[in-house]
Design a binder for this molecule. Structure first.
Ligand code: FAD
Ligand code: EPU
Length: 285
């Protein structure tokens, strides 16, 4: 990180977004780390993008010209979550810790999110999940910073569906109210074990999760696999041999490599009449 500068309620860094994304590609940006409402007011005074865990992003090698707003530690409530079944949590709370703490407290509802390396705000914005459950199962209400002030909206207003939420333009999710269901640690652990085994075939190498959304009734990974594209490679970006919908960064991949690979996959799929929609959010293209 370079160029640390302090503006009320924020810390401003210039850094490469490869440092903040799980795919580890992406060029420079001015990152405004925000700790309070005054910080949000300052950070959002110019065009901005919001980053969560960076686990669903493909960022261009040239970076982005917008400010990148990142919620800081004061929005991370993982340690404040002590088994309340109806609870407001900050949007920078990491899901892995939350899922584990809910299990220990014997609270059910978050099991389907096991293995999703997001923070709560990003998981709400994407309605993250698996076939064992998604964010919408427990989300009751959100707090948003929008048009210079905080407001609350019921979860219904976000029209949550498969990997999709409708947020007001320019909104930053700051907190979310979740309602969990009392269960037992053992019962929750049993469900977690099922979710874990459903994910056993997924690669462990750097990625941004599944690149494409599943078309209704099918799996993008199965389609890419059936087209014989596993192992297809451009530079250090490669279609995983374990799962066709994961694009891996083998070490030194650039965004350009990843874009070329996505184009090559699409070209090959068009030969078999398949057209997949990207799940990733693209920044700077
Ligand atoms: P980011 O990637 O940082 O951002 C994603 C989008 O959300 C961007 O448009 C961003 O602007 C917006 N956003 C983020 N925070 C906020 C906020 N506070 N307010 C407003 N907008 C915001 N996803 C699944 O659904 N299921 C899976 O099983 C799954 N498995 C994965 C496994 C791996 C190994 C990886 C790397 C990813 C996986 N993903 C999965 C993808 C990813 O974790 C999800 O899409 C997740 O919701 C992204 O959250 P994030 O916090 O990383 O958001
Ligand atoms: N399959 C293949 N070849 C492959 C991959 C999958 O034949 O290379 C087949 C599997 O054998 C299985 C079917 O396709 O019969 C479904 O595969 P899998 O169970 O792996 O689920 P998926 O539909 O590919 C979805 C989500 C994942 C989530 C898993 C687990 C999407 C795009 N993907 O994958 O989410 O973790 O289910 O529930 O919805 C993500 O969104 O980033 C993500 C990783």
């Amino acid at each position: 990180m370079a160029g640390l500068e302090v503006v009320a309620g924020t810390r401003v860094h210039t850094l490469r977004l490869s440092e903040l994304t799980t795919l580890k590609v992406g060029g420079p940006a001015e990152v405004w780390e925000v700790e309070d409402t005054a910080g949000l007011v300052n950070a959002t005074a110019e065009p901005f993008l919001v980053i969560g865990g960076g686990s669903n992003l493909l960022v261009s090698d040239a970076g982005v010209s917008e400010r990148v707003v990142r919620l800081g530690r004061s929005f991370n409530d993982v340690r404040n979550f002590a088994g309340q079944h109806d609870v407001w949590l900050g949007a920078a709370t990491p899901l892995p810790g939350l899922v584990r703490r809910a299990q220990k407290a014997g609270l059910s509802g978050l099991e389907g999110l096991l293995g999703v390396p997001a923070v709560l705000g990003g998981a709400v914005a994407m309605n993250a999940g698996t076939r064992y459950g998604e964010m919408s199962d427990t989300l009751q209400e959100v707090e948003l910073f929008v048009n210079g002030a905080l407001e609350r909206l019921p979860a219904d207003a976000l029209q949550l569906s498969y990997r999709h939420a409708v947020l007001p333009p320019g909104a930053v999710v700051t907190r979310a109210r979740l309602r969990l269901t009392p269960s037992t640690p053992a019962a929750v652990e049993a469900t977690l074990a099922k979710v874990d085994s459903a994910r056993a075939g997924q690669p462990k190498v750097k990625s941004a999760g599944c690149a494409f959304k599943n078309p209704p009734g099918d799996s993008a990974g199965r389609i890419i696999d059936a087209a014989g594209l596993k192992g297809l490679r451009r530079g250090d970006a490669m279609v995983a041999s374990e799962h066709g919908n994961f694009i891996l960064n083998l070490g030194a991949a650039t965004a350009a490599d990843v874009v070329e690979l996505v184009s090559a996959i699409r070209k090959e799929l068009s030969r078999v009449g398949a057209d997949l929609e990207l799940e990733w959010r693209l920044w700077g293209f």
